[in-house]
Design a protein around this ligand. Sequence first.
Ligand SMILES: Nc1nc2c(ncn2[C@@H]2O[C@H](COP(=O)(O)OP(=O)(O)OP(=O)(O)O)[C@@H](O)[C@H]2O)c(=O)[nH]1
Ligand SMILES: [Mg+2]
Length: 458
Amino acid sequence: MNQPLRDTLKVEAKRAVLVGMLTPGQKLSKEHALDELAGLAETAGCEVVGHLTQTRDHPEPATYLGKGKIEELNQLMQATDAELAIFDNNLSPSQGKNIETTIKSIVIDRSEVILDIFATHARTYEAKLQVELAQLLYMRPRLKRMWTHLERIEGGIGSGRGPGEKQLELDRRMLDKRVSELRRKLESVEKRRERLVASRNEYFTVSLVGYTNAGKSTLMHALTGEDVYIADQLFATLDTKTRKWDIPNWGSILLSDTVGFVRDLPHHLVASFKSTLEEALQADLLLHVVDASNPEAMQHIETVESVLEEIGAGEKQTLLVLNKVDRLPGHQTPGTEINGDDLNSIEENSWYHILRNKHRDAMSVSAVTREGVEQLREKVVSILSKNFHAIEITADIGDGKLTSVLTQLTEVEQTTYTNTNAIYRCRLPQGVIERLQREHEIQVEFLEEFTPSSTDAT
Ligand SMILES: Nc1nc2c(ncn2[C@@H]2O[C@H](COP(=O)(O)OP(=O)(O)OP(=O)(O)O)[C@@H](O)[C@H]2O)c(=O)[nH]1
Ligand SMILES: [Mg+2]
């Protein structure tokens, strides 16, 4: 129905010039400022044929870059035979339009590239709905410009004057209709997922979160041995995947892999993916995976923390995992134990040392060589175990399901029966206790030894 419109968001193999602005607060050097955008553009299928940066205090309101720089961009586009200019920041609809008018080529911004990658990588029904919704919401204020793209592609329908207002109005209405349809469909998928999540409540849950390409899926594979999709590309994983992680003599954890984050994630995308992420964020613990071999690691951590904040998971218990230590300059001891302070071989003053000093509780691992993976496993177990409370559960004797859930979750230390009730003594984390209370008719009493001493003397 709105096929032609969606097509204009497709980046496809195109020769592209990357454009960025260096503002005073920016920590990146001029040479590396556009590295990430290049990665995004290539993942989207573009061929990068040129770079252009401008150092300025503030963007120009109408055209983002200064007038002279736009002219320079124009010349560079011609010299490199580029069809597309990709801006590293997000452009307002009118900035995009103004620049396009001047350079007479398609202009896209960071959001558009990310949306395009998401659209290509979406596999599940839900992810596809989420991406389409985000794309339509992004397009809505830019419809007029999308039409000009289309005209150019199809050789100028409407003799360059753009579509009539009537056509635009029709498109807008069509788009709004599709948006509400998508929202409705997503709602019903979400309800179905909520039921699924509820049925998993017997297990402890841990979620892997982090910047795109940090190695979340690789770590998931290293921990669970299950096959997952791993690729050296941005946003390889879009759908939350959950695998069982068995820990011998302890129990099982459900480990979820999630979509990666990136700086300036399009707002609509965060909103669309919020429900998928929320599911993962119900977890008892988050493992925040960082590519410690990337000089940008510190900024990546900040980005991830602010997205977590935005989706209401800022306060969640989180363990930082510094991954890819095998790639650190000076690293040379595969197979040996590493736990932070032993990494003397790694250059002093490197960003890795700064990272370690700032995050002393972080675990260092390599998901590829598996160094530190065993220690990570122990740490996760010890964190989860620390949350345990000693409790006494009184339940109806007829609740057989509760007995089987409890024996899966924990070792029941003592079971006694009265005529009507079964009383279990065991240890469980707070989150699990709350879930059991929601799902079963039970009374829970916290036993002295593990709860902080009560002021209420009985
Ligand atoms: N050298 C090295 N490479 C790693 C390590 N962990 C992951 N990689 C590589 O990093 C790339 C990205 O890994 P993924 O596991 O797909 O990363 P991800 O965080 O799941 O990425 P997205 O799904 O795109 O968000 C792949 O090429 C991996 O092989 C590691 O510990 N050491
Ligand atoms: Mg992944």
